[in-house]
Design a protein. Structure first.
Length: 125
């Protein structure tokens, strides 16, 4: 089992009622834009992508495993996602239809680019 599919399974285990197609572990970079965009102000999160929602879970700071389902944001609320690679961490920036933007970092071992690609494709569908 690949690391990507393992994380997808971990997110799916704490998010009933959603089939998860992609997942990534992230760290919130700033509370204020997050709450304005509808995301919880929780530093360490795991995202899962279902057919029509971005699901958000809290995650363990030690193991990185998703712990608790927090909320599901409708994909209709998203205008775009941008992925920016970095040396040690990559950056995901979500732009909401409201105009709010929120940034998250993800470590290199997580599939940030693949998650952004999957979300972009879902937004265009």
């Amino acid at each position: 089992m690949s690391a990507d599919s393992k994380l997808i399974g971990q997110v799916a285990a704490v998010v009933p009622g959603h089939t998860i197609h992609a997942a990534v572990r992230v760290n919130l970079l700033s509370d204020d834009p997050a709450t304005a965009a509808g995301f919880p102000a929780v530093g360490q999160q795991a995202f899962g992508l279902s057919d029509d929602h971005l699901v958000v879970c809290s995650r363990s700071s030690l193991s990185g495993r998703p712990k608790k389902f927090l909320l599901a944001l409708p994909l209709a609320d998203f205008a775009a996602v941008d992925f920016e690679p970095g040396k040690l961490q990559d950056r995901l920036t979500f732009t909401m239809r409201s105009g709010a933007q929120v940034e998250f970092s993800c470590v290199k071992v997580d599939p940030g680019a693949a998650f952004a690609t999957a979300l972009t494709a879902a937004l265009k569908a």
